[in-house]
Design a protein around this ligand. Sequence first.
Ligand code: AMP
Length: 172
Amino acid sequence: MENLKKYIGEINDFPKEGIVFKDINPIYKEPKIWNQLMLPLQNLISSTKPDYIAGIESRGFISASALAFKLDIGFIPIRKPNKLPGEVIGLNYKLEYGEDRLEIQKNSFKQKSKIILIDDLLATGGTAGTAGNLIREAGGKLIGYAFLVELTELNGRKNLDSNLIIESIIKY
Ligand code: AMP
């Protein structure tokens, strides 16, 4: 997958100073390239047979919902605060500076449903770790996490459950 790196832009100091933002958007404009990147995730999902694919707002929705639609599997959105209607379960988590929060709709799936979590990129792992905990709090059986891109030097895997599947396709 090294050949796909040329389709990923790098923007310095976005969204804030010190961050080198990996811009995956050029890949989404090239269906053949996007397909190449998604194929290993499709295979992973086809072999692990989750009941649902959960995606994290907002960049995670792009690939998670595309995979769910393609593979005929239900999609569960994990969202930023105050976006989901009805009863929700939420968890706060620490960012480098400050705090954030993710929410999931209560009773939105059958208890113990097998769920795989998809996000675009694994950095420190705070977001995916929290989203995974949220799925469990809502009664789901989390089976793993999958990412298009992983920034390995940030060791985000330490914030994920190492007993589960942790897959990333392009590693920096
Ligand atoms: P983290 O919680 O640190 O693992 O951050 C993961 C989330 O933040 C993902 O949903 C990414 O969309 C976004 N993110 C964090 N760092 C970057 C980066 N360097 N480039 C692009 N997106 C990033």
